[in-house]
Every structure is written in C-alpha cells, then in structure tokens.
Design a protein around this ligand. Structure first.
Ligand SMILES: Nc1ncnc2c1ncn2[C@@H]1O[C@H](COP(=O)(O)OP(=O)(O)OP(=O)(O)O)[C@@H](O)[C@H]1O
Length: 568
C-alpha cells in the first residue's frame, strides 16, 4: 500500500503530539518538521530520529512528493501563505482539523494499548495453575482458561456459551451471581465433570453494577496436599523455634570454681576426670556450695561442650508438669495441648541434662526417669512414637538421699544409677581457707558491677567473717557482700558494716535469742521474709535471697510447712 507522506509545520506542543502519533502509524511517512525555534520539542524529536528539520516552513512545500502539509502553528497568515505556494497535489490540514485528528488518533492509541493489555492478561490467565471461569450477569459463561480444562476435562468450546445456572447451579459462580457476594473455600463438584474442587468466587462490578462473576478453583486433592505440606512445615518451624528459645549451653568452666582448700581441689580433680567420660555424675552438698557451678564446668570440659546444656529444677516444677517437662507431650495429649511440645531430654540430645534438686522428685517419675537412664528412650506424654536420645546426666541435691531411701521416698535403684561418680562438695565452714580468694573475687566483680572502689576489709571485718559458719555457703557470702556493697560507700569495710547489714551476725554475735526448735525458727524466718517481700514470684525470689536459700528450696519449705497462706 502506498505510503502517505506528510510534513509538519510547527514544532510546538501540538506539532510534537501529532509527530509522535503519526510516527506510530505504520503507513504514514513524516518527511520533515519546520519551526524557527530549533529547541521546540517537535524539531528536537524529529532531529533525534534523523527526520529533516528546518527553520523555514516554505521548504516543507518544496519537499518532493509531500501529500499532506500539517499546519500546527495556528497562524492564519502562514495558513494563507501555504495555500498560495503549495503544489496542487498537496493537501493542507489546518490547526482546527488537527484537534479532530488528534482525538481520533488518541482513541486508536488507547485501543492498541487495550489490545496489548488484553493479550498480556490472556497469557497470564492461560499459564496459571488454578482454573478460572468467568460468566456475565445472566450466567452466560464467557471465559475459561486451560487449567479449567485440565482440571475438569471440559473443553473451552464445550463450556463457553453455556449458562452457569444450568451447567453448575450449586457452584460458587452461580452462588455469587445469585447473591452478589463473594464465596470463599466453597467445596463442590464441577457440573458436567467428576472433579471435586475448592473454589473462591467474586462478583465483577463495573460502575457499581454487577456485570458478572469470576471463580478460581483448584482440585480438592491438590489443596489437601498443599495443606498437609503447610501443616508439616508449620510444625517443623514451631518445633525449631521452640527448641531455639530453650536450648542453653554451659556458662561456667573449672576456672570459675575458686578455692584452694584440699577438700575442694579433690572434688575438682574427680569432676575433671569424670568430665572426659560419659558417666552419670551425682553432685551432693549443702545449698549454695556450688553444685550447679560444677555441673556447668563438667559439661564445658566434656566432649559435649558444643552441644546443649539443659537444666531442669525438679523442685521448682509442680509434680503434675514435671513429666511433660522431661519428655514433652504430643498434640492433644491433654486439654490445652494444641500443639506438641519438645521435652528437656530431647532438647539436651547430644549434650548434658542437669537434674537439679533430684531428691525432690516424686516416686512415680523416679521410675520413669530410671527407664530413660537405662534405655535412653522414651515417649512423649500422650505420644506413641519412641524417641531415642544420647544425653549425659548430671544430677544434684542438697538432701540426704540415703535417708530418703530409708524413708521410702527415693528409689534405691535410681540412686545407684545416678551415683556412678559421686562428688560431695564440702560446705564453706570446713574450708574457710577458701574465703580470701572468694572474697577478693567478689569485691572485684561487684566493684565492676556496681561502679564502686572497695579496696578490702579491716581486720575486725575479716575476723567476724571468718568466725561465721556460712550456713548458706558461697551463695550466702555473695549475697552478704552484694548487700553491703550496695549500701556502704567506703573503700574499706569494717565489722560494723557487716553487723549492720547481716542480721545473722547480730543474732549470733550480739543478741541473745530464745532457744526454740530449729524447724520452728526456720518457719518464723520464712514467714518474716514472705511478709516483708510479698507472695509474688519476685517477692519469693527476694525472700529466698534474703534467707540465703535457693528459690527451689524456699518452695520446698513452703510446701512442707503446709503454709498455704504463703502460697499464691
Ligand atoms: N567455689 C566457688 N567459686 C566461685 N563461686 C562459687 C563457688 N561455689 C559456689 N559459687 C557461687 O555461689 C552461688 C551458688 O552456687 P550454686 O548455685 O552452684 O550452688 P548449689 O550448690 O547448686 O546451690 P543449690 O543447692 O541451692 O541449688 C553461685 O553464684 C556460684 O557461682
């Protein structure tokens, strides 16, 4: 088809617009653009495209073979002049006609854009995995994609043109057209096929009027498979994040155990030797002597050091929860078990489990623990799958296990299982030569922590500290120093500071107290501490600290005294 040749006079906005649009029209050739201003957008665009440009519009008239001169300046004088000088075969399109032409061209451009978008959409809809079906407001099916045919076995030719109210009257699409409301997760059989699907459908509104509806669906088994995969992934993630939050490792090494007394050195020696093996260790000793410190150090010096070190305080967890704490529970094991939970033995796999206050565990659980120690396998509470673990066990207690066995409160067989290596850490009162190094270290540590400059102790302070029996052992020593260092702002501590801040010293050295049975005295002190600090968990923690006993021991004593009024 012969090309229509045009020349544009005027490179301003109008000239530029028409230049751009004509450029996009296939069968029009632009021969030149004229404008006295070389920086006008029309002239610049033409020059960039290699199209002839000039400042003199009369040159356009002389261009050989030009069919149409487009006059875009709007200047009547130029228009008249052009009419006079143009060759006969050349037409002139004037500025007024331009608007009409531009409008027509813009419409064409929009149409082309719409076709392009339609093409792209069709390509997308053709490639999605879910089936798509569209019907107009009367229910006439207008579109189905290839996935529709793949899932239902119904071809596009068969389906398009049918009415959805006849083809699938109970389906999501018909429901949406009937109600005007979206449908989510609708499970149905596609009419005319055996495909069971899960669909989502929504109305299509144009200018507030429902023009039709669209449904997207998947094969039911695909959805079920996806849900199963999702469920499995969620459970893996939950387990991992559960585990991540709970796994701990050892915090102390043998270097953190201070003291040069022969008694303590002997314990350290045995513990170091035991660390190199997998043997179960039973740590005995009064409260605050450093049993937990030893457990950390043993794990740290063992080949398991990079694996978890998991502590379970058997006295702090109610009997009813201890079993699931140890072994975890399966989903649905009891009301409230909405998901499964990993237990401490599983968490400790590859590493060490530290069973603190083992003497406080109930007999029933002692039996279960014995089985795990023997076989290293167990089931989660409410679960059926046997879980095998490789865990090194360190147990500790400040109770007299032999006495508990005699009373029938501790299983003898468990005792022998646990005490493969038995280490009894001596109380501080029998190794007072460890006091200087412990005190020095405490002062350095607390100076740093509290921003103080304490240098040491006066002679009389040393005397009183050395003459005291430290029933709460190293923990008590730590608490006494922290209390004094928080409240006293002096570089050298004297006897008076300790007497003032440590009621036990007053009791033993300055005041006569009435003699009453020890257990009654203990209850009195516990009542006093609870009354002072309150019955909240934090209050109990502070009470235990003031009494120089562990929180677990406090709970125990509360339990034993049946002092229900103390407990929450
Ligand atoms: N030899 C030691 N050197 C340095 N610090 C020690 C030593 N012994 C104990 N401690 C410190 O004393 C505090 C109490 O120690 P730990 O908790 O290990 O005692 P425990 O015997 O496990 O007590 P409980 O039986 O009450 O649980 C801790 O802060 C610990 O770091």
């Amino acid at each position: 088809m012969p090309r229509l040749t045009v020349a544009i006079i005027g490179g301003n906005e109008d000239g530029y617009s028409i230049y751009r649009m004509l450029k996009a029209v296939g069968d029009v050739e632009i021969l030149g653009v004229a404008d006295p201003d070389p920086s006008s957008p029309g002239v610049k665009a033409a020059a960039a495209d290699g199209v002839f440009t000039t400042a003199d519009y009369t040159e356009m008239v002389r261009l050989p073979g030009v069919d149409v001169l487009i006059e875009a300046t709007g200047d009547p004088e130029i228009q008249m002049h052009l009419h006079r000088i143009k060759p006969r075969r050349t037409s002139i399109m004037e500025a007024r006609a331009l608007d009409l032409m531009l409008a027509v061209l813009r419409e064409k451009e929009k149409l082309l854009e719409a076709r392009r978008v339609q093409g792209e959409l069709a390509a997308i809809l053709d490639s999605v995995q879910e089936a798509i079906e569209v019907a107009d407001s009367r229910g006439v099916i207008k579109y189905v994609n290839p996935a529709f045919t793949r899932i239902t076995g119904i071809s596009e030719r068969e389906r398009i043109g049918q009415n959805i109210f006849e083809a699938s009257p109970d389906g999501a699409l018909a429901t949406v057209l009937r109600t005007g409301r979206s449908v989510v997760g609708h499970r149905t059989k596609v009419g005319g096929s055996n495909a069971e699907v899960v669909s989502n459908a929504a109305p299509i509104f144009v200018d507030g009027k429902m023009e039709g509806a669209v449904v997207v669906f998947q094969h039911f088994t695909d959805v079920m498979n996806l849900m199963e995969q999702l469920r499995q992934s969620t459970s893996i993630i939950e387990n991992l994040s559960d585990k991540f939050g709970q796994v701990t490792t050892s915090k102390y090494t043998f270097a953190d155990i201070l003291g040069n007394s022969a008694e303590l050195r002997r314990c350290i020696q045995v513990a170091e030797r035991a660390a190199r093996t997998n043997s179960t260790v039973l740590l005995l000793g009064e409260s605050g002597t450093g049993k937990e410190l030893f457990a950390h150090a043993i794990h740290h010096a063992s080949p398991r050091r990079d694996k978890p070190f998991i502590k379970v305080n058997c006295a702090a967890i109610p009997d009813s929860l201890l079993e699931s704490e140890f072994f975890g529970y399966a989903k649905g094991a009891f009301t409230g078990a909405v998901k499964s939970k990993i237990g401490k033995f599983e968490l400790a796999h590859g590493g060490t489990i530290f069973l603190d206050e083992i003497g406080d565990m109930n007999l029933n659980l002692q039996g279960k623990l014995l089985r795990v120690l023997q076989e290293m396998e167990f089931e989660r509470v409410g679960g059926t799958q046997t879980i095998k673990v490789d865990v090194r066990v360190i147990a500790a207690t400040n109770r007299n296990l032999r006495e508990l066995i005699r009373q029938g409160r501790f299983r003898e067989d468990l005792y022998y299982r646990l005490n493969v290596v038995e280490i009894t850490i001596p109380p501080l009162r029998v190794r007072k030569e460890d006091l200087p190094i412990l005190i020095n270290n405490l002062i350095i540590k607390l100076n740093r922590k509290l921003g103080k400059k304490v240098k040491g102790l006066s002679k009389d302070a040393e005397e009183i500290l050395y003459s005291y029996d430290w029933p709460g052992n190293v923990r008590e020593l730590e608490n006494v120093f922290e209390r004094v260092m928080v409240t006293v702002d002096e570089e050298i501590f004297t006897k008076k500071h300790f007497i003032q801040h440590v009621s036990q010293f007053k009791a033993s050295s300055e005041r006569d107290i009435e003699l009453i049975p020890i257990d009654q005295m203990e209850q009195l002190l516990i009542r006093k501490a609870i009354a002072k600090f309150g019955t909240s968990v934090e209050g109990k923690r502070r009470a235990a600290q003031a009494l120089n006993i562990s929180l677990a021991t406090l709970y125990n004593k509360l339990k034993k005294s049946r002092a229900d009024d103390f407990t929450n």
